[in-house]
Unconditional design. Structure first.
Length: 80
């Protein structure tokens, strides 16, 4: 499932469950359930998560590779 991706995105961005859940308008308990694959987030929640982390919903649900790291993006921008 994709709970691991949600937790990984949250942790890599330095957010607590409380901070992220507040930022996207869900309860901390709901976020915990998503991260532990006990429940599936609805489309609205997936959209909010994708927007918050600047990734696609496909990435969150495991259909795409991880987004490029900030250092890779910066290197690509410098080449232009």
């Amino acid at each position: 499932m994709y709970g691991h991706r949600i937790a990984e995105l949250r942790e890599n961005n330095g957010w607590t469950q409380e901070e992220l859940s507040e930022a996207i308008g869900i309860s901390r308990a709901s976020l915990s359930h998503y991260e532990k694959n006990r429940r599936k987030p609805n489309l609205e929640t997936l959209t909010r998560l994708a927007d918050k982390f600047h990734v696609s919903i496909d990435y969150i649900i495991g259909r795409r590779n991880p987004p490029q790291s900030k250092s890779v993006k910066k290197a690509l921008e410098l080449k232009d």
